[in-house]
Design a protein around this ligand. Structure first.
Ligand SMILES: [Zn+2]
Length: 444
């Protein structure tokens, strides 16, 4: 899709990296990337200028733990839905994420290469998608949704778009599964290495996969020049996985200080997902989630804020994650305010900018305001360091969203005031689209 040549004037820049919200600056976008940043006005004959009038300009937000194909709150049910149903649902979820300001997301179980390609090609509108294909799970593990009395073959879910994971047991089988995901384009490997909330037969404190299996998965990922992300709650499971070489520790709710220090020494990065438990707690009864999952949810929810303190004290890098399913996706941006109850605001900002880029191994491409990175940008009506809820809701306080130089939301007129129509570019784009459709009908 064509990018817009744009100048953003009078921006108060905040990326948690070099820019921590200081002085007003000018930023020029060309060919989808940031082409120039200056403290003096920039002018151009070809670029359009939008005056941000001191609004906060940030890199587009990055969420490192999502499941875009989780179109219902019940992963077992979603796994059985037709691929077409899941694809359309995923497209809607991705669009909503983009409108909350998330311009890059890492899918940690479910999304496949064709979805990422559809976004890249402009067939669907959503965040840039980093994906691992299907998460690897042992029989009875966190992505085996068959329950106690369902004896269908586990393979029935392996190639379904709605399935978050695939089942594999034994060193040879996990190697095959990891290689098969990499063959299909996986950019990293996800392993379910601990019991989970939404799966029916595995209490939270179950260890999943043997040490040789985990080591084999890590080796296969390393052979493909990538890393392993693992679903982990308990202290023992985290310690075991990090010793096996897991780099991205998802959730980490029940971590203890010694294991946090081990993570720091090994260079592992944490991806907590606190809003997932709060959202489930809030809405699960209404959504009909079984009592067993609700009880498991409280086991991890009540320790989640403490885990942030432990990780912070050990100096572990924490990236932003949410892990919401189905109808609960609307709470995605609540993660900012929940974290801000425990962490300094600048650390919360970094979790969704530079730390997230580091976890995705995309430093220099996303998550910062510097020349050469993708022009993924949001303008916030106010200062998130003072009021983190400005990043919340459904993007209500974001007056500009740009992805790879393309404006997808703009409620500011060129002079910096809230636009009277509210959506000037969208309306303009709609007119162009209508004209093209009319021309195509004429040609046909
Ligand atoms: Zn997850």
């Amino acid at each position: 899709m064509p990018a817009d040549d744009l100048i953003l004037a009078n921006a108060r820049m905040l990326d948690g990296n070099g820019f921590a919200g200081a002085s007003e600056s000018w930023l020029r976008i060309a060919d989808g990337v940031i082409a120039e940043i200056s403290e003096k006005p920039i002018s151009s004959e070809v670029a359009r200028t939008i005056d941000l009038k001191g609004r906060t300009l940030m890199p587009g937000l990055i969420d490192c733990h999502v499941h875009v194909t989780a179109i219902t709150v019940d992963p077992g049910r979603t796994a059985m839905l037709p691929d077409v149903t899941v694809a359309f649902g995923a497209a809607r979820i991705m669009k909503q994420m983009l409108m909350r300001g998330f311009t890059t997301v890492r899918d940690v179980g479910g999304a496949t290469r064709p979805l990422a390609q559809a976004e890249e090609a402009g067939q669907i509108e959503g965040p840039r998608l980093v994906f691992c294909g299907k998460a690897l799970s042992q029989t009875g593990g966190h992505s085996d949704y068959r329950g106690f009395v369902d004896n269908r073959s586990a393979e029935s879910q392996t190639y379904r778009l709605g399935a978050m994971g695939r089942v594999c047991d034994g060193v040879d089988a996990v190697r095959h599964a990891a290689r098969d995901e990499i063959r299909q384009g996986a950019q990293f490997i996800k392993a379910m290495a601990n019991g989970g909330v939404s799966s029916p037969t595995d209490p939270i404190n179950f260890q999943q996969f043997s040490i040789p299996e985990l080591e084999a998965i890590v080796e296969e990922a390393a052979n493909a020049q990538t890393y392993v992300s693992a679903h982990l709650y308990t202290d023992e499971a985290i310690s075991r996985a990090v010793r096996c070489g897991v780099r991205s520790v998802e959730h980490a709710n029940l971590i203890e200080p010694a294991t946090a220090r081990l993570m720091k020494v090994r260079g592992a990065i944490a991806c907590p997902t606190l809003v997932a438990y709060e959202a489930l707690h809030k809405d699960a009864k209404a959504l009909g989630l079984p009592d067993v999952s609700l009880a498991k949810n409280d086991d991890v929810r009540l320790r989640s804020r403490g885990s942030l303190e432990i990780l912070q004290r050990a100096g572990v890098t924490m990236a932003f994650g949410t892990d919401l399913l189905g109808e609960l996706h609307k709470y995605q941006s609540d993660e900012f305010t929940i974290r801000a109850e425990v962490l300094p605001p600048i650390e919360v900002i970094r979790s969704t900018t530079c730390y997230a880029a580091e976890l995705l191994r995309m430093t220099g491409e996303v998550g910062s305001l510097q020349v050469g990175v993708f022009a993924d940008l949001i303008a916030v009506d106010g200062d998130p360091l003072e009021n983190m809820s400005l990043l919340g809701g459904q993007g209500d306080h974001l007056s500009l969203i740009v992805t790879a130089g393309r404006v997808v939301k703009n409620t500011i007129d060129d002079n910096g005031f809230p636009s009277r129509t509210g959506w000037p570019l969208t309306t303009f784009q709609a007119q162009i689209q209508a004209t093209i459709v009319a021309m195509m009908c004429y040609v046909c």
